[in-house]
Structure formats: structure tokens, C-alpha cells
Design a protein around this ligand. Structure first.
Ligand code: MN
Length: 243
């Protein structure tokens, strides 16, 4: 489930360097997440977050092998390649979110792999076994305000996901409290300062073929339709609250 032993060793080595500088090894990611600018460039390692459920937990909508490869190979590679790319940059930063918000200052490998890490970390959280249905509370109100009804929102979001050309993501985002739908190419997202439609990502669906091809082949619409049964609306509401 976690990073392979060699990248773990690299992480520990960097941790030792930070420990020598008075930074507890276990708290590097926490420090970065808390927005404290303590770690010099090239000393922060990103880690694959734990998957909050088993690989087969999202069946039948998303099959076990897709999850094993998507999380264990694709997401793990984004993390490993982000760490490699960050070793080469001298741009200071205080949190992973800050990198994404200022992505135009970073080289393309940071944009691709940092976006990949951010997007997939969000993606695993906004799904759960037995999800689906509709949101409630402030999220439901905000959706109704922006789109008229949940059904209308679902139709428009589905359209954005199905019609996005090539690899990318469809998003529900909050732009100063106003909800919008957008799609982005590659591993871009609305938080990036390069995005056409900018805001805080609340909900996102991965429409890269690696997200659905084993089970659905070219039938992206079928994948998107099944994916709605997995949405963890509590997690999406949390994203709106924390925006
Ligand atoms: Mn993916």
C-alpha cells in the first residue's frame, strides 16, 4: 500500500537531515501541510496517502484490479516523480497546496506529478463503498443555487466528464463560494494558477483511460454513470466547509 522500500529509504534519509535541523522526522508532511516554511527546498518528501478502503471495496462500479493499478502504480508513480522533480527546484514553498496554487512558477514535471498527487489524493477521499445519493445541508443549497437542482447539476457534471477530450478531470469547484463545473486536461486542476476556471476543487472525477479501461474499455459514459454510486457527499461537504 505504501511507497516502495527505496523511496522509503530516501524519505528516511531526508528525515534524518531535517531531524539534524531540529525538525521531527514524523512531522515533515504535517509541517508542510500546516503551512510552516521550515523545510529547505529538496528536503520535503511527499508520500502516498493510505487508501481509505480495500482495493475491492468500490466493486462493482470500479473493479479491484483497476484500483490496484490506479493507486499502487499510477498514484505511487506521481508521488515518486514529484519527489524527484522537487529535488531539482529551488522554489521555496510552505505546503503542497501552495505549490499547486503557484504552479506556473514550477517546471512541467512538478505540474504533472504534483497535480497527479493532489488530484488522486482528493479522488480516493470523495469516493466510498455505499456512497451515492444526494448531498444535504449547505452543499445541497449551494448546488441548487448554482444549478437549479441536483439533477441538473448531475447532468451538467456528467456531460463535462464524458465530453472532455482525451485525458483529464471534471470538477465541481467553489469560486468564492459560487459553485461551478469545469474540466481540465492532463493532471491540471482548478486550484492551479494556470487553470481557465479557477477555484477550490470540491469533487473530481478522473477520466483518464487508466481509471476505467479494464472494466469499461471505451465506454466512458458507463463508468461515469456507475461512479455516481460511489460519491462520498460528506467528504465533498467537508471540502466546501474548509475552502
Ligand atoms: Mn488517475
Amino acid at each position: 500500500m505504501h511507497a516502495d522500500p527505496s523511496s522509503r529509504r530516501g524519505f528516511l534519509k531526508k528525515s534524518a537531515l531535517l531531524a539534524a535541523a531540529g525538525v521531527a522526522a514524523s512531522s515533515i508532511n504535517k509541517l508542510a501541510g500546516a503551512g510552516l516554511n521550515l523545510a529547505p527546498p529538496g528536503t520535503v518528501s511527499f508520500e502516498l496517502p493510505p487508501l481509505p478502503y480495500a482495493f475491492d471495496a468500490l466493486e462493482p462500479a470500479i473493479d479491484k484490479m483497476t484500483m490496484e493499478i490506479h493507486y499502487g502504480k499510477h498514484h505511487a508513480a506521481y508521488v515518486a516523480n514529484l519527489n524527484k522533480a522537487m529535488e531539482k527546484t529551488t522554489e521555496p514553498f510552505s505546503s503542497p497546496e501552495e505549490i499547486i496554487r503557484n504552479i506556473s512558477k514550477y517546471p512541467v514535471p512538478v505540474r504533472n506529478n504534483g497535480g497527479g498527487h493532489y488530484n488522486h489524493s482528493l479522488f480516493w477521499k470523495i469516493m466510498k463503498p455505499g456512497g451515492g445519493g444526494q448531498p444535504s445541508g449547505p452543499l445541497s443549497e449551494a448546488i441548487n443555487t448554482a444549478f437549479g437542482s441536483f439533477d441538473n447539476f448531475r447532468t451538467k457534471f456528467t456531460e463535462a466528464a464524458v465530453k472532455h477530450f482525451g485525458s483529464g478531470w471534471a470538477w465541481l469547484l467553489s469560486a468564492n463560494g459560487r459553485l461551478e463545473i469545469a474540466s481540465t486536461p492532463n493532471q491540471d486542476n482548478p486550484l492551479m494558477d494556470t487553470a481557465e476556471t479557477r477555484g477550490i476543487p470540491l469533487l473530481g472525477i478522473d477520466v483518464w483511460e487508466h481509471a476505467y479501461y479494464l472494466k469499461y474499455q471505451n465506454r466512458r459514459a458507463e463508468y461515469v454513470n456507475a461512479w455516481w454510486s460511489l460519491v462520498n457527499w460528506d467528504a465533498v461537504s467537508d471540502n466546501l466547509r474548509k475552502r
